[in-house]
Design a protein around this ligand. Structure first.
Ligand code: SF4
Length: 283
């Protein structure tokens, strides 16, 4: 599932590393197989595994290369496609753990994501689960995700994860199709146990071209809304693919009289410069 989990919150403890040589997060797109048909899928998901998908041996070699980045080791996010489509998923999680890598996963919300699977992920040391929620009800969510029933499966997975004490990050697309629904999604998320809500501002490329980006003015409005919401929300709120958020947040912090020293201790400040290829790696 091509979504992003970010292991940061505001304020945060900063771990020194050279992002040019040692990524903070590695996203491993284990497979292109996925039974969902999200309109904006970045992974070009298809129902069957790609014939050139890495074998278990090749995947283990890749994990060794990731671990070779050295300390502090990156956080590994298993994604896809739907990582639950990999028959060797648990073996690879064990391999990653044996190499000292912390592992999170972003499964697709399908009938494969059962109570037993969530229990198994927890038992294999998975640290968190990423789920996508693009609407506050089934009609709105499934209009984006392309398969009926996946709203209920997503909400069920969120509740099961809480039952097994597995933290979840909920990823929500921000586009003209979803922007007016964001307050309702926020209210819905308050009814489940969420570690972080990540708002993905659509960049209309690839399959994302079928959806429409919010205008710059609307984006600015939403980012100010996020800034106001973040300190009072019962979970962390982050933006993704929204570099302007840093400008808005810094200006607001300065306007509120925060000192440079205080600003430098926020995750917004530490997020500067982190991007794909610099702190973040997709394979
Ligand atoms: S869940 Fe949707 S976005 Fe994720 S891989 Fe499947 S089709 Fe693509």
């Amino acid at each position: 599932m091509s979504v992003v989990i970010k292991p940061t919150a505001r304020p945060t403890h900063h771990v020194a590393r050279d992002y040019a040589t040692n990524p903070m997060i590695v996203y491993c797109e284990m497979t292109q197989a996925c039974v969902l048909a999200c309109r904006h899928c970045r992974a070009d998901a298809m129902t069957q595994a790609h014939p050139l998908e890495l074998t278990r041996a090749e995947s283990r070699d890749l994990l060794r290369q990731i671990a070779a980045f050295g300390d502090p080791l990156p956080h590994l996010i298993l994604t896809g496609g739907d990582p639950l489509q990999r028959v060797d998923l648990y073996d690879l999680i064990d391999d990653a753990n044996a190499l000292g890598l912390r592992v999170s996963i972003t499964p697709a919300a399908t009938t494969r994501l059962t109570r037993e699977v969530i229990a198994e992920l927890k038992a294999h040391g998975v640290q968190s689960l990423g789920l996508s929620l693009d609407g506050s009800d089934a009609a709105r969510h499934e209009a984006v995700r392309g398969v009926s029933g996946c709203f209920d499966l997503t909400m069920r997975a969120a509740r099961l994860a809480a039952e097994f004490d597995l933290p979840i990050q909920v990823n929500t697309l921000v586009s003209t199709e979803t922007d007016d629904d964001l307050p309702a999604i926020y209210e819905l998320l308050k009814t489940v146990k969420v570690m972080r809500w990540s708002l993905f501002f659509l960049i209309a490329v690839g399959r994302g071209k079928v959806l429409e980006e919010v205008s710059p003015a609307r984006g600015e409005e939403l980012m100010n809304w996020v800034y106001d919401l973040a300190p009072v929300a019962p979970f962390a709120i982050k933006t993704t693919e929204a570099p302007s958020y840093r400008r808005i947040a810094l200006n607001r912090m300065r306007g509120e009289g925060m000192t440079p020293d205080q600003i430098q201790r926020t995750s917004v400040y530490h997020g500067f410069g982190i991007r794909d290829g610099h702190g973040i790696l997709f394979v």
